[in-house]
Ligand binder design. Structure first.
Ligand code: FPP
Length: 264
């Protein structure tokens, strides 16, 4: 996939010879609140700074040749936050979407939003639809924003979809396979995440892409999200590049297969 990127920051400085670029990077952007609290600022200032970090990450991923970047912007459980913070976050999504979408489009980025969008206000739903429509033909980096998303919600909606097919007589129960489930999940048309990053020092996946992360490499960073810059992203990618991905095979099998494919 060719990334026609003309962002105005210097090119990536990944170490030479690093070939293992993840196709799909999925991120839990944690630490905005603490970033603001450390500066005696209201939490929303951390979220605003978080949007700037998103911009840097989009540029960094595009320049490194990553094909898909998925960002956990608002979980199904984030509604439990104080009402004021939720309201301000919604306003931030509105303004960020309005402000950034032209820039994304100019840089050939395709924007997708996944999650239970109907839980959002009508104006926000409209803005999401417009942003997706404007960028849908773009062929560069795909940015997926997970909003009002939960991994359990995603698995449940896939199960409901297949159950409805069974009920309608279009599918036999015996034909429900992991592949059919995968096809009914939100990100079915995209490669599964290769690299999962969580910033902010916590080591859990908080109901993110539960199904899709089955074979993903995990990378946890103590850096608070607003401070997670291109160098931090590069460190994560370098760490990923050193991992041996086995997908159930033995290490020896993986090595043998590598030798075979490189000597062909
Ligand atoms: C978690 O930090 C962060 C969020 C719940 C919101 C993340 C949203 C953004 C960065 C804006 C993204 C916008 C777009 C349009 C993609 P936290 O508040 O839980 O931090 P804490 O753990 O320090 O309290």
């Amino acid at each position: 996939m060719a990334n026609d990127i003309s962002f105005d920051t210097p090119p990536s400085v990944l170490p030479a010879g690093k070939q293992n670029i993840p196709r799909h990077v999925a991120i839990i952007m944690d630490g905005n609140g603490r970033w603001a609290e450390k500066r005696n600022q209201p939490r929303i200032m951390g979220h605003r700074a978080g949007v700037e970090a998103v911009r840097g990450m989009v540029e960094g991923c595009a320049k490194n040749g990553v094909e898909v970047l998925t960002l956990f912007a608002f979980s199904s459980e984030n509604w439990r936050r104080p009402k004021q913070e939720v309201g301000l976050l919604m306003e931030l999504f509105m303004t960020a979407l309005g402000r950034e979408v032209k820039r994304l489009h100019k840089n050939n980025v395709r924007l997708r939003v996944v999650g239970d969008i109907e839980g959002f206000s009508k104006p926000l739903q409209k803005r999401v639809a417009e942003a997706q429509a404007l960028t849908q033909e773009n062929t560069g980096l795909t940015v997926v924003v997970a909003a009002n998303y939960g991994g359990r919600w995603d698995i449940t909606q896939a199960a409901k979809y297949l159950a409805a097919q069974v009920q309608a007589g279009q599918l036999n129960v015996e034909d429900i396979t992991p592949e059919r489930m995968a096809d009914a999940m939100s990100l079915a048309d995209l490669p599964e995440p290769d690299l999962f990053i969580r910033t902010g020092g916590e080591s859990r996946i908080s109901n993110f892409l539960l199904w899709q992360l089955a074979y993903t490499e995990f990378y946890f960073s103590d850096i608070l999200w607003p401070d997670f810059n291109i160098d931090a992203l590069n460190n994560a990618i370098v760490s990923f590049a050193t991992r041996q991905r086995r997908f159930g095979r033995t290490g020896q099998q993986v090595e043998q297969n590598k030798t075979r494919t490189t000597s062909c």
